[in-house]
Design a protein around this ligand. Sequence first.
Ligand code: ATP
Ligand code: MG
Length: 283
Amino acid sequence: MRCAIKTEGITKAFGSKTVLDVIDLDIESGEVFGLIGPSGAGKTTLIKILTGQISQDSGKAHIGGKDSRKLTGEDHRHFGITMDNFGLYERLSCYDNLLTFARIHGLPKSSITDALAKVGLAEAAKTPAGKLSKGMTGRLKLARAFMTDPDILFLDEPTSGLDPVSAGEIHRIILSEKAKGKTVFLTTHTMTEAEKLCDHIALLNEGKIVEYGSPEEICRRYDHQRMLKIHLSDGKDMQLPHNKEAAAALSELIVSGRAETIHTTEPDLETVFMELTGKELSA
Ligand SMILES: Nc1ncnc2c1ncn2[C@@H]1O[C@H](COP(=O)(O)OP(=O)(O)OP(=O)(O)O)[C@@H](O)[C@H]1O
Ligand SMILES: [Mg+2]
């Protein structure tokens, strides 16, 4: 699989504070990658480096094979970005917000209507951005990121502060972009979001990647108990070790119809993060 984003030893300090400390990442083309970490971990800083907004102190970052420090305006058309500092003009309508962007990039007006339709904002084309709900604002930012039909999307906390329905709409849009073969680099504080969307995640804590893998792999890695929890038809609960030796007992419970539900004991991502960082993520 082709690598869409590759970093080698990225390090960045602000003053005496090292914010990113030797970051190595390989992100495959067509995957949803999630960078997860507590507030201040360095997530936005890494996106800014990858998109050429700031420079690293050392190490290399390649986006679509190009050095992130040498990206041209044309290269920028190949990735879409949503982040806090990419604001909207509150008094301009949704359409006019995108028109401004279309003019900067020399895009046809059809790209505006296409982008609004894609995120379900066609009806709100004339509504001023400042009058949109939070969920609609999130979708308008996504619409703008989509306008150049980019190969790579950088989404910095795309669902931050949204209710579950609005977040679900954004998840649907992200997954439909993935289905078209786009690469998505997202940051989030929400573990359920990471579990739902991401092929791979990296856990960033105090500037270092402390875990990497698919959400399932990571949770399995932290299954210290390795037990099966069985809820029996008489209402009682029991546990068996998750190994070959327990197979006969387990089989008997299933055959006799006494086992109602069986669950493994691996922790969820939230618990893994707590264990690794000592911090709660869903701030
Ligand atoms: N331009 C800057 N000058 C000085 N310090 C900065 C600058 N940008 C970021 N920092 C510091 O770098 C650290 C990482 O910030 P960053 O915004 O990358 O974190 P984050 O993981 O995105 O956090 P959040 O989840 O709150 O968005 C923080 O301590 C922040 O204060
Ligand atoms: Mg941030």
